[in-house]
Design a protein around this ligand. Structure first.
Ligand code: AMP
Ligand code: MG
Length: 337
């Protein structure tokens, strides 16, 4: 499938494809999404098929105005406040769905809740607006594998299964949206993203609970609430290990910060590694920069000629929690086709 530059004409084409039940890879500020008409069950089914995604993993529905979220879900006063502060942006709210929303049940995996996001990326907003329908869009990659942050990644992962890939450059955030359950009085984080618990608490002045199922620090275990948060996810084809303090001569290194003290087990320093064996998420140890580079660099190092990918410690604070969450799931098994 050809990668198409963004023009008025290609935007209109993309919107038409979605209206007619096709699939378009859309740039967003988080990762590239595989967009389809959320009202069209056949189109939604084809997203699950293209990705090989388990049907129990519900899709996020994307809108281009807060008012459109109200048409498909019930927003409590708190949810409205979150929308006002964080939309458009990389935050998804889980809300009670409206009975007559018209959204395909496949999208919500049969739940009475629905995940909604109003993305900030200009191209995503325009396509949703022009299509005139809510757009269901998971990440535009094969289920379980590394998420795409460039049009080339989409092409490599899904090829002809997509009707159109729109080129909108590299994604600004580089990680999937923060998912927050706002169906109860106290919001619960179901997936870490660049909008952290601290940011939400600080902005709204309310308590927010941590419900990320794999995190020992989680305030509550909510794996039932967030059915799609599968343990093994974001996996490269070769094994990945975290918190490496040294590296094998035949391992690739995903570095973070200074590498002066990273040694090769058999002797020598990693500065001796060829360029394709080492990638640094952020030389200045900047977590936002690391988030943006994470998936792209994981792909660069995902090469059968290496035994695996060793990843240096990334501080588990702020956006680092989202990075570690993705790394932890990626470490739960290589994703050999
Ligand atoms: P993805 O489309 O891969 O970015 O994943 C979307 C994530 O949103 C899934 O992993 C789900 O855990 C979460 N999600 C979507 N819909 C719901 C829902 N109704 N309730 C709880 N979590 C949801
Ligand atoms: Mg995904």
């Amino acid at each position: 499938m050809a990668i198409v530059a963004v023009t008025d004409q290609s935007l209109q084409q993309a919107a038409d494809i979605i209206k007619k039940g096709g699939l378009v890879a859309i740039p967003t500020e988080t990762v590239y999404g595989l967009g389809c008409n959320a009202l069209d069950t056949v189109a939604v089914q084809s997203v699950f098929t293209a990705k090989g995604r388990p049907a129990i993993n519900p899709l996020i529905v994307h809108v281009s105005a807060i008012a459109d979220a109200h048409k498909i879900a019930h927003l409590s006063p708190l949810a409205q406040e979150i929308a006002t502060h964080f939309w458009p942006g990389p935050l998804t709210m889980v809300l009670l769905r409206r009975e007559n929303s018209g959204i395909s049940d496949l999208c919500t995996a049969g739940l009475d809740t629905i995940a909604i996001r109003f993305p900030e990326h200009d191209v995503a907003r325009k396509i949703i607006q022009m299509a005139g329908v809510p757009v269901a869009a998971p990440s535009a990659n094969a289920s379980g594998s590394i998420s795409p942050t460039s049009p080339r990644h989409v092409h490599d992962s899904l090829g002809d299964k997509v009707d159109m890939i729109l080129a909108g450059g590299a994604c600004k955030a580089g990680l999937e949206s923060t998912v927050v359950d706002v169906t109860t009085d106290v919001p619960v984080i179901l997936r870490y993203g660049v909008v952290t618990k601290e940011i939400i608490q600080g902005t709204l002045g309310v308590d927010v609970l941590d419900g990320v199922a794999n995190d020992q620090n989680a305030d509550i275990k909510s794996s039932i609430k967030s059915p799609g948060q599968l343990l093994k996810h974001y996996a490269p084809t070769i094994p990945l290990r975290m918190n490496a303090i040294d590296v094998d001569a035949d391992e690739a290194l995903l570095a973070f910060g200074g590498t002066k003290f990273m040694g090769i087990k058999t002797g020598g320093a990693v500065s001796a590694f060829p360029e394709d064996q080492i990638k640094n998420l952020s030389e200045s140890a900047d977590l936002e920069e690391a988030a943006k580079n994470l998936f792209s660099y994981m792909r660069d190092l995902d090469n059968e000629k290496f035994k695996g990918i060793a990843v240096m410690n990334v501080p588990n604070e702020g956006v680092g929690m989202a990075i570690n969450d993705r790394l932890f799931r990626a470490s739960k098994g290589s994703n050999k086709p």
